[in-house]
Design a protein around this ligand. Sequence first.
Ligand code: ATP
Ligand code: MG
Length: 745
Amino acid sequence: MDATSALLSGLNEPQRQAVEHAGSPLLIVAGAGSGKTRVLTHRIAYLLAERGAHPGEILAITFTNKAAAEMRERVDELIGPRSRAMWVLTFHSACLRILRREAHRLGWKPSFTIYDTDDARRLLTQIVKDLGLDSKKHSPRWLAAEISRLKNELIGPDQAASAADDARTKLVADVYSQYDERLRLAQAVDFDDIIGTVVHLFRSFPEVAKSYRMRFRHVMVDEYQDTNHAQYTLVRELVGTGDDKAELCVVGDADQSIYAFRGATIRNIIEFERDFPDAKTILLEQNYRSTQTILDAANGVIRNNTERGREKRLWSDEGPGTAILGHTGDNEHDESAWVANRIDELVDAGETSFGDTAIFYRTNAQSRAFEEVFVRRGIPYKVVGGVRFYERKEVRDMLAYLKLTANPDDTVSAMRAVNVPKRGVGDRAVAEVEALAARLRISFPAALHRVDEAPGVSGRARTGIKRFCEIIDAATELAAAAPPEEVLDKLIADTGYLEGLEQSKDPQDEGRIENLQELVAVAHEFTEQVVRGTTDDDEADLNADVPSFLEHVALVSDADSIPDPESQEGGVVTLMTLHTAKGLEFDTVFLTGLDDGLFPHERSMSKPGDMEEERRLAYVGLTRARKYLHLTRAGTRNIFGQPQYYAASRFLAEIPGDLVEWSESAPPARVVKSKSTASFGQPIVMRNAADIPVLDVGDRVTHDKWGLGRVVELKGSGPRAQARIDFGDGEPKWVILRLAPISKI
Ligand code: ATP
Ligand code: MG
């Protein structure tokens, strides 16, 4: 069999058509598990192998970084390592990459900072205070959601102000305009800006839009049903409408649209054919993932929605498989104990592995009951979401310092860090410096450096602020030549942060020290990957420096912390919310908390549109299972210490009764296994000082991964020596000589 027939042989007829289709825009609408993502990977491979496309002409957009990495891996398997120059990215990472390259056109420095949800909320809290608003009535969280909604609709502050027609929308517009101004002053963007700014860039600089359009001749989008207006507009700008338009292929399932709260609209999929009049639509109807029993259950639920796009009849060749098992516990502990028993039973019987098992729930807080029983039983597990590493206080504190070394105008980070650990800089001193900043029209951190011009600051606070500025300045200087882990190390030491934790008697502080160590290790690992060229994006313009590291950190999303099942033998059970489960598949699935009010969520009960969104979420959950599906509920749950009674989820009544076998009794106790230990990352290899290659500009070198290159610039010395090397494939790359796998020839 030749390579092409091998590429096409694993596909059914409509899938093959989708892979081979050329020219007009292509929409693939199909139910869960029908091979949409598979079609995308095969299409990429086919474009490269058969249609002479160059990898650099391919832009594939997926929903999570994890999905992007998987897609690149699958294409690698199909066509080998030529895939390196492709852009397989999320909307955010693709746009960030474009922005870093083009920021100068908008008058930005390329080192702008990305504010995440927490940073954005702090900034809003500040604005609410400054505008004298009541933060109980106008919570920063609510304002953040309103502003995000406007940004997702590509509505700017001025437009919002002129459209505002009542007190509420006027207030939002006011806050929005303040917020926007302060972001700009701090040289920062928030998450929603990233996409809107690229749209703005393309519209203001048609030649830039054209250059990307000429570059990306093939644009593909997975999970198209979850794109919002800004993302949709971006795709249109990228593809273009004229004679030079690129080829577009999008895949999605209107029944799996679950991000309306982020402005996603099924409209984008339902009206694709209207927006792209010459579009071709392909339907896929065979499901390759699940047994017929599981599909019947999923279809039974989703058929109750009225807003559904095109009708689909999903069928499977897998046969009926085993019945779905249901369990009603006496309470949440009973529910989770039953789940643990069932997992043990399936694993012991060799029917499934921990890594092929997932527990889904509606809200993050529900993980706790499962975690408790899993720890007791020694079932290895991992929670996706919850209090994630990057949300922990000490990690955020140190990142705030680090951000300041990359962007000296970063106001939110400076406010966060200036008195952490405590150095006598109270609210009053901060207010004085803020006033100075406003007077001089400079950023807050810039004003900190001119604290002597703020008369109202006490002597003690002044000393604290000066110390703070010294720390930042020294770290900034180091950051110009050193990898991020060294800068972090220095900051942790200089700030006295570590000392404070070490002297503390609070047992929690030990965990905090570990988290800081982990952060340094993460930075280290990042440097290593950049130097070896093994980051997820091979073509990324990443350097082993602070701005690149911060960018990397900013993009690590929830779904990325899903463990790699290979990393522990048998893998670990994954606990996650239904929202993070999209696109994934597992042999064994537990859909838990099926109590009315919990799922569907209370909040959705008053609006039919919201209820339909909950139902789609149920459909997503049910269709993740390959073989063993379980439905559980508790009936009684402790809410703030009081038992609360729930009726069965209405979705259960929508599943044909003969598909599910219910049990209600409390499960028998089982033998306790030993707790498994977590595995740690690989050690990082560094050269000894004596082995660091000595180079001159013009020297020729070979790099294990990038091949032959020529040195074009040098900086730093000793362990900090770096070289900029031209490998003949675009921008020359900076490498750290102590770490890079290079030798002089
Ligand atoms: P979702 O809607 O959940 O994102 P999907 O439509 O993207 O699902 P895939 O994840 O691409 O579906 O495919 C589901 C499973 O079916 C995968 O394990 C995939 O490898 C397998 N599959 C798809 N098409 C075929 C085929 N023609 N032959 C064999 N296996 C297939
Ligand atoms: Mg998919």
